[in-house]
Design a protein around this ligand. Structure first.
Ligand code: NOJ
Length: 538
């Protein structure tokens, strides 16, 4: 298999508005990120993924861009961005930008022109129809919005304020490619491409049989033509890394995006776990891992992540954030860093930050949640019940400010934070983690170091030895005669794992574990709650 830097990398995602506020306005900013770069570097990560910081009315926290060539005031300015890039590079790291090209803000001058009249030259830059079909958008009951001025509907896959660009229009594509070159010529190291599976729309927009199953928004014919063109005209001319956000995709379809012979993207995020598996489902999770491994291995590259700015913090959603928070956070880290694919760390994950429950809808900010809340309450449902039903998966679970210390607002800002800080910041914060040699933080550091020292962790083949076990996940990675065994007891109780015959005779050397000692007798491993072990087998 071809070895590349981005397969070996560990990526750290910075949701800058919640990372560190340098000027007291309550929002994190690029200057704040610069001030914390040493912290990120010390963890050992290689690449920073920066959420969108372009000019934006900020209806969807930067995913509604109104000027691709400017930095939004909350984040800073272009001078600060350039300095950030330079400082990242000085520390031997790389920076990838989040880029949204499926849609813009409704305040983007292109859309303002487009909606101004039916014969405006930019009319066709967006998607206009006389009649809507029955599709829903991600964030609203209809994917179409009526525009009185010209008496037509425009199409939006997300919020009303995020009209979809018309990728069939060649001028649009050329304009986007030009803009991508602008950023790449600055020296950035790649893109995380937002909602990239949505670029192509189906001929004629036929009604869906079940409008609630919004798969129809993604992976429509033509999407690969666009990506191949983007590759040909832009991506292939730079030594960069690209990761596409590809919802509702099978490994077979996924390979079309990332196949090494396809000239599209390097890697993808599929969402069979984060979007489609609401709570921990071990057998299903194992099947997903196996299918994706078999579908991609040797042909294209995967990503590993269990949370990000759209998905509730992993220790809350898939682990135990109460009795076993530290053990559980470490187990999940082990999982993400030892399964095949490039691992992602979402800011705060490395100190075991948890999700949040606010008392009222007013305390929430997430447009997806707030729109859904309004829709359900309008149907006559009890507001309290609706709030409770939306809390676990609200995107604000992972967007609360980074917890730096136990001072007011967790040391995130001297002002009023744009989103409330999680009240548990007094116990869970960076300062505490750095002072405790057994913290989640130092465990991440060790995991990352292991990846740097051992190619097997990146390029090793994968085999599951526990397919039907609902608690223990045991698998090997193997490369050039080096074999590792990973054993995880993903549950609140003790469990016993009997090594299969094939592995039983090997000598085991513990490389990393999340308990201070190891209990085993012969070929029987006694695993405590949320215990994780990485062994080298000889
Ligand atoms: C995916 C992004 O991660 C999410 O935050 C955003 O709301 C949508 N795409 C729309 O851009």
């Amino acid at each position: 298999m071809k070895r590349t830097w981005w397969k070996e990398a560990v990526v750290y995602q910075v949701y800058w508005r919640s990372f560190f506020d340098s000027n007291g306005d309550g929002y994190g900013d690029l200057e704040g990120l610069i001030q914390k770069l040493d912290y990120i570097r010390d963890l050992g990560v290689d690449v920073i993924w920066l959420n969108p910081c372009y000019e934006s009315p900020d209806k969807d926290n930067g995913y509604d861009i109104s000027d691709y060539y400017r930095i939004m005031d909350k984040a800073g300015d272009m001078e600060t961005f350039d300095r950030l890039l330079n400082e990242v590079h000085k520390r031997g790291m790389k920076l990838i930008m989040d880029l949204v090209v499926n849609h813009t803000s409704d305040q983007h001058p292109w859309f303002i022109e487009s909606r101004s009249s039916k014969d405006n030259p930019k009319r066709d830059w967006y998607i206009w129809r006389d009649k809507p079909n029955n599709w829903r958008s991600y964030f609203t009951p209809s994917a179409w919005e009526y525009d009185e001025k010209t008496g037509q509907y425009y199409f939006h896959s997300f919020a009303v304020e995020q009209p979809d660009l018309n990728w069939e229009n060649e001028e649009v594509r050329e304009e986007i490619y030009k803009m991508m070159r602008f950023w790449l010529d600055k020296g950035i190291d790649g893109f995380r491409l937002d909602a990239i599976a949505l670029l192509a729309k189906p001929e004629g927009f036929p009604d869906a049989e079940n409008p609630y199953d919004i798969r129809y928004l993604t992976n429509n014919p033509g999407v690969h033509d666009y990506l191949q063109e983007m590759h040909e005209k832009v991506l292939k001319h730079y030594d960069i890394f690209t990761v596409g956000e590809v919802a509702f995709v099978s490994p077979e379809e996924g390979l079309k995006y990332v196949g090494e012979d396809r000239n599209e993207l390097h890697t993808l995020f599929h969402f069979e776990v984060c979007d489609e598996m609401p709570t921990w489902d071990p057998i299903r999770f194992k099947q997903i891992q196996k299918r994706w491994y078999e579908g991609l291995w040797g042909k294209g590259w995967n990503s590993q992540f269990l949370n990000n700015h759209d998905h509730t913090r992993q220790v809350t959603r898939y682990g135990n954030d109460k009795q076993f928070r530290v053990e559980s956070a470490k187990l999940l880290a082990t999982l993400v860093h030892t399964l095949p694919g490039t691992p992602y760390i979402y800011q705060g994950e490395e100190i075991g930050m948890t999700g949040v429950k606010f008392d009222t809808i007013e305390d929430y900010n997430d447009i997806a949640m707030k729109n859904k809340y309004a829709e359900e309450v309008a149907k006559g449902r009890d507001p309290k019940e609706v709030l409770e039903s939306l809390q676990l998966l609200s995107r604000d679970n992972s967007r609360t400010p980074m917890q730096w210390d136990d001072s007011e607002h967790a040391g995130f800002t001297t002002g009023t934070p744009w989103l409330k800080v999680n009240p548990n910041y007094k116990e869970i914060n960076v300062k505490q983690a750095l002072a405790d040699p057994n913290s989640v933080y130092y465990y991440y550091k060790k995991l990352i170091q292991l990846r740097k020292q051992h190619a097997v962790m990146v390029y090793g083949t994968f085999r599951d030895f526990s397919e039907h076990d609902p608690y223990i996940y045991a698998y090997t990675r193997e490369l050039d005669g080096v074999r590792w065994l990973i054993v995880l007891n993903h549950c609140d109780n003790d469990n016993v794992y009997e090594l299969p015959e094939e592995l039983a005779s090997a000598h085991r050397h513990l490389l990393l574990g999340n308990y201070t000692d190891v209990k085993e007798e012969g070929t029987t491993l006694y695993m405590r709650p949320h215990e994780a072990r990485i062994y080298a087998l000889q």
